[in-house]
Ligand binder design. Structure first.
Ligand code: ADP
Ligand code: ZN
Length: 717
């Protein structure tokens, strides 16, 4: 037996296929798509079996060394999908296959499976009856029996000591399954759906592939609709994938799925260790998993019988991978939906312009939920930071008074500011010195708790000096407030109320997101201060005021989507207010009160925003009217990168009949000592674009000091 194996040559981004002999001991295990370890020169490489053939003895071949990770295998579907992605994103085939497997898969070869997250115990009832049990054990069994009618499909909570007891004393056989989870999940009955929700559900044809765009305002009950659809799909004997932008930020959503469906859910999120991810992956292959919930890469879950794919918050840029392969999980959803002939649901309160335009054109079937379950959208107040009175540098009297009011009533407040750290720059008021990163073209952000100034791009850090190192005066000042500073001053202004901050810096430890959110839900804190981490998917009924400290941060980003992202962000953040019985308010502070993104956000007017922004995009020739490709030219030598960029532009101009912008410098221009230029191609029909870009990549493969990234439909520049 001989196999053709796809390998990657020392990270040079080159696909290679070589043939190897299969030793007898592996013959029964070898299948197409399996991952194997093979010798190459004096290295051992991991690769995928693409083809199996007879040994014709005409060639001297080396033998494969081993089968990797207990024979984790790419299904026929995923093998095909990989080829599609390679062509579509101009990536290597092997990078496409690698991204489909759990991270750490490559690095951690042949490790022990370590199940610590969820544990199954199998009990044989007959044998139990014949065994003498201790009182304690009997208690447990009684406990189990009470719940037995729900156990098979649902879950029971038991603590770990009980679990150990069970494991020791009970014969492991199939009959009843017991499930342990980290925290207490109570099973909940589902709500009777509203008429509108029922309507939406019945509008989805579960028997065939179609992409639906569920545009539903925040709090309109989209998640309930997803769960209802999934229940139907499970009844049909099929399974579901649910994508969520960043799952560790949305423990509430995961909890709701667990409460509704109990067992049979596999979860992927960035907080899992490599071995935990691998365990979840194995569960999908070996156990009765009906629902996979996860961030971007969960779209590759090897479920065989998909009945629905749901992409929640479809506008989130996190669905696009920023490095090779630069795939879009929504694109993959559609491919898999078509493959399995099942519906794909894209849900959002602020769909991307591209998606909504497709909805309007009928490419997607548009489903609309324009009312909240509690029927009241929050009232939004805009505060002009130029004109308003302020209680400190950034807090208007309006927001301050409303906070006081809400807090006195025992209700809760969320404050949003999309900048972490204490102040975004430190400069000397005497000599004007500023502190910039030595590796990147950005200023260092001051973090007071650690006394350090940090680069948010490369991680460079240095201690903040007490006096200016330049003029030796005690005149260093911070400007540009971050969440750390807001927290400090809010604590001064509201000494009688507890506040908690949630941003990258306070959530580095495992489980900290969930802890902060649970504590806030349990009202241990009255005020939650955070970055965009707090904008999504949170459902706190007692929050009746949301304050946006500065709406302009995202408006000022030089990107044609900055209005769209600002509108979406304000809308999502506002959507956290007044979700319960009580009415909610939102205060948006801005120096641009008349900007249309802010005005439409104030009126919760997605359609109005959509129309105006479409008009702008048309005038400027941007998506959805044109497609874009970003070509990024990178290198350490400024002159070289600059020169090559100009040559690439010439080459493209010569061979393409499209409008080509640039080269311009990327923002920031230099990151990690690497200079970056952008060239942007706009096109309507693809023509010869792929051929020309492939030639470009081919040309630069051999050049070590210039790197070319090609990004179709880039989400940022
Ligand atoms: P979305 O996902 O659109 O933001 P959710 O599904 O989170 O909306 O629903 C908003 C709130 O309304 C949640 O607290 C949810 O539990 C509740 N809810 C949803 N559907 C119903 C229903 N049919 N009856 C009662 N409450 C509901
Ligand atoms: Zn840096």
């Amino acid at each position: 037996m001989v196999v053709d194996v796809l390998v990657e040559l020392s990270n040079r981004n080159i696909d290679k296929v070589f043939s190897y002999l299969v030793p007898n001991k592996f013959k029964s295990k070898i299948k197409i798509g399996i991952c194997v370890l093979v010798p190459f020169a004096n290295m051992k490489l991991e690769g995928f079996v693409l083809n199996i053939k007879d040994n014709d003895n005409s060639l001297e071949l080396k033998e494969i060394i081993d089968i990797v990770n207990d024979g984790v295998i790419l299904t026929k579907e995923l093998l095909e999908l990989g080829k599609y992605l390679k062509d579509k994103t101009l990536s290597t085939l092997i990078s496409c296959y690698q991204v489909m497997l759990p991270t750490g898969f490559k690095a951690k070869n042949k490790k022990k499976i370590n199940i610590k997250y969820e544990t199954y115990v199998y009990i044989n009832e007959e044998e139990l009856k014949n065994n003498k049990l201790t009182d304690k054990q009997q208690d447990i069994i009684n406990y189990l029996s009470i719940n037995r009618n729900v156990t098979y499909s649902k879950l029971i909570n038991i603590n770990s000591s009980v679990l150990t007891l069970l494991k020791k004393n009970i014969i492991y056989k199939e009959k009843v399954e017991v499930y342990r989870l980290d925290s207490n999940y109570e099973l909940k009955d589902k709500y009777p759906l509203t008429e509108l929700q029922n309507n939406i559900v019945s509008n989805v044809n579960l028997e065939k592939y179609l992409t639906y765009l569920l545009y539903g305002v925040t709090g309109s009950g989209k998640t309930e609709v997803y769960m209802e659809l999934i229940e139907k799909v499970i009844d049909m004997g099929k399974s579901a994938i649910v994508l969520i932008p960043e799952i560790s930020l949305t423990p509430q959503t995961v909890r709701r799925f667990k409460e509704r469906f109990g067992m049979g859910i596999a979860i992927f999120h960035s907080g899992l260790s490599d071995s935990e991810k691998f365990d979840e992956y194995r569960k999908i292959r070996n156990e009765d998993i009906k629902i996979v919930i996860g961030a971007r890469s969960a779209i590759f879950a090897p479920l065989e019988n998909l009945g629905i794919i749901i992409v929640d918050e479809e506008h989130s840029s996190s669905y696009k991978q920023e490095n090779m392969p630069r795939y879009d999980a929504i694109d993959v959803s559609k491919w898999r939906g078509e493959y399995h002939n099942c519906p794909v649901i894209l849900g959002s309160a602020t769909p991307t312009l591209e998606s909504f335009a497709r909805g309007m054109k009928g490419v997607y079937k548009l489903l609309i939920m324009d009312k909240r379950i509690n029927n009241s959208l929050p009232k939004v107040i805009i505060v002009d930071l130029f004109k308003s009175k302020k209680v400190n540098k950034y807090l208007s009297e309006t927001l301050f008074n409303k906070m006081k009011n809400v807090l006195e009533k025992g209700e809760q407040v969320i404050l949003f500011l999309n900048k972490r750290g204490y102040s975004t720059t430190i400069n000397c008021s005497e000599c004007g010195k500023t502190f910039a990163c030595p590796n990147c073209d950005v200023t260092l952000t001051y973090h007071k708790s650690s006394g350090m100034m940090r680069c948010h791009y490369c991680g460079y850090a240095e201690a903040k000096p007490d006096i200016c190192p330049n003029c030796k005066k005690d005149s260093l000042e911070g400007s540009g407030s971050g969440t750390e500073q807001v927290e400090e001053e809010i604590n001064k202004l509201f000494p009688n109320y507890n506040s908690i901050r949630m941003d990258f810096d306070t959530t580095s430890r495992k489980g900290s997101h969930e802890r902060i959110l649970n504590d806030f839900k349990d009202k241990k804190y009255s005020i939650l201060i955070g970055t965009q981490m707090i904008s999504k998917g949170l459902d706190f009924p007692n929050v009746t005021l949301v304050g946006v400290i500065n709406a302009d941060n995202s408006l000022n980003i030089p990107d044609f989507r900055s209005s769209e992202t600002t509108f979406a962000l304000l809308n999502q953040v506002s959507g956290r207010s007044g979700r319960g019985e009580k009415c909610g308010e939102v205060v948006i502070q801005t120096y641009n009160p008349s900007h249309y993104a802010i005005e439409y956000a104030k009126n919760n007017n997605y359609l109005g925003f959509y129309k105006e922004e479409m008009h702008n995009r048309k005038l400027l020739g941007y998506p959805p009217y044109y497609y874009l490709v970003l070509i990024r030219i990178k290198g350490k030598d400024y002159n070289k990168v600059s020169l090559e960029s100009k040559q690439i532009k010439e080459y493209l101009n010569k061979h393409l009949n499209f409008s080509i912008l640039g080269p311009t410098i990327a923002s920031p221009f230099r990151v990690n000592s690497i200079y970056r230029f952008n060239i942007i191609i706009k096109y309507k029909t693809i023509n010869n674009l792929y051929d020309i870009l492939n030639e470009l990549l081919e040309h630069y493969k051999s050049k070590k000091d210039i790197i070319i990234d090609i990004d179709f439909d880039p989400k940022s520049f």
